[in-house]
Design a protein around this ligand. Structure first.
Ligand code: FE
Ligand code: FE
Length: 327
């Protein structure tokens, strides 16, 4: 119950870090693996992702893996998951569009190919998060309008300020490394732990959503580790650029402080909690993380655990990049 749905056909030749069965969790992988753009070029992606990570499941889960009624019917779990998916679908769409600038600015073929693959990954994430809403009762002809309505407030208060910073660096300043840093540290680095928590907490209620998260998380290991390698290599070649990048980090963290992300996460965790209370038997002894049953957790505890994972992962990764002063 606690692990991803089994693969119908294991895929020989897929590197372990991109394999559905063997890939580590997002937090483990992003904290401990080292991958470079040269490792993860277009040839790697074509060989590893469609048939390894995705196992041919373009929607991120096998056909026979479905949400439980507890989630697909109207109720607090349905509200919590539809809000989350709508928001993340918009976030991934914005990331995809921003990546177009990174592809254009990439200084060599290696980084150009890597960011082209990341662009496709993020476009896919946006699609699978959005399309899963169809399994949760949203009508196909209402999909776009529903995403807009569910995500409107968070889009304006969280995503647009981040996008403004990203586009200033990428479009106005045409700063490739600055753009990589904003994307990999500020956007993905801060959101990744929430994605890991999401996979774990939806696993029983909606195994399809958890599988979608698992696949996106495997991609994310690559995005975070390669992004870190790109910044690290740049700083080894251009140590004089460090003060400028640290200043950009300070600006980004100051912006994050002002965004109402805690309020947003707590709102969804409280809805989730109502669902936990109503469906305790379904969860049984399922452990959301080792040693902790999901039924015993509180909204605040889940939120704080996600924050703690984020802090730990950021410290490890910034040290690897040579920007430990930013923490
Ligand atoms: Fe993504
Ligand atoms: Fe990503």
């Amino acid at each position: 119950m606690a692990s991803p749905s089994p693969s119908p056909s294991p895929s020989p030749g897929t590197p372990a870090e991109a394999d559905w069965e063997q890939a580590p969790s997002l937090l483990d992988g992003a904290s401990h693996l080292t991958l470079t753009a040269a490792d993860c070029d277009l040839r790697y992606w074509l060989g590893a992702v469609p048939h390894g990570t995705l196992r041919g499941n373009v929607l991120g889960h096998a056909d026979d893996v479905r949400p439980t009624d507890a989630v697909s019917r109207p109720g607090p779990l349905n509200s919590a998951l539809t809000q989350e998916l709508a928001y993340r679908s918009v976030a991934e769409e914005k990331a995809t569009r921003a990546l177009g600038h990174l592809v254009a600015l990439a200084p060599d073929v290696g980084t150009m190919e890597f960011y082209a693959t990341q662009l496709l990954d993020e476009a896919r994430h946006s699609m699978v998060f959005r399309r899963h809403l169809l399994r949760l009762g949203v009508a196909e002809d209402r999909l776009a309008a529903t995403v807009d309505a569910l995500a409107a407030e968070d889009r304006e208060r969280i995503l647009e300020p981040l996008e403004t910073l990203g586009l200033r660096v990428l479009r106005e300043e045409r700063d490739f490394i600055g753009g990589v840093l904003v994307l990999t540290v500020l956007v993905e680095g801060v959101l990744a732990p929430a994605a890991e928590l999401s996979e774990r907490k939806w696993r029983v209620f909606d195994p399809a959503a958890a599988d979608i998260e698992r696949g996106a998380g495997i991609d994310e290991i690559r995005h975070l580790t390669v992004g870190s390698s790109v910044v690290r290599a740049h700083l080894l070649d251009h140590p004089e650029d460090k003060p400028r990048l640290l200043e950009l980090m300070r600006e980004g963290y100051a912006l994050w402080e002002k965004l109402p992300t805690t309020e947003q996460l707590l709102r969804r965790e409280r809805l989730f909690q109502e669902g936990v209370e109503a469906h305790r038997r379904l969860l049984g002894d399922y452990e959301v993380w080792p040693g902790r049953r999901l039924v015993d957790t509180t909204p605040e505890e889940r939120l704080e655990t996600g924050h703690e994972w984020a802090r730990r992962m950021q410290r490890t990764r910034l040290r690897h990049m040579g920007l430990e002063e930013a923490t």
